[in-house]
Design a protein around this ligand. Structure first.
Ligand code: ZN
Length: 62
């Protein structure tokens, strides 16, 4: 018996921390640094809340 059928179907991809690209802010066009332990979305929100609060808040001008 040859080992021709020794196929391994391992397709585990656990490279979640391989992403080094920082998200860029659409308001000030600067890369947003994500704090350690934060998710990307949370870090972006944090940046927006501290730098561009008016963007996060709904415009309630009348
Ligand atoms: Zn910004």
């Amino acid at each position: 018996m040859a080992a021709a059928q020794g196929r391994q179907s391992r397709s585990k991809k656990s490279s979640k921390q391989a992403r080094r690209k920082l998200p860029r802010c659409k308001a000030c066009d600067k890369p947003i640094r994500i704090p350690k332990g934060w998710s990307t979305g949370a870090g972006v929100r944090r940046h927006y809340w501290s730098k561009h609060r008016e963007v996060m808040l709904p415009n309630e001008r009348s």
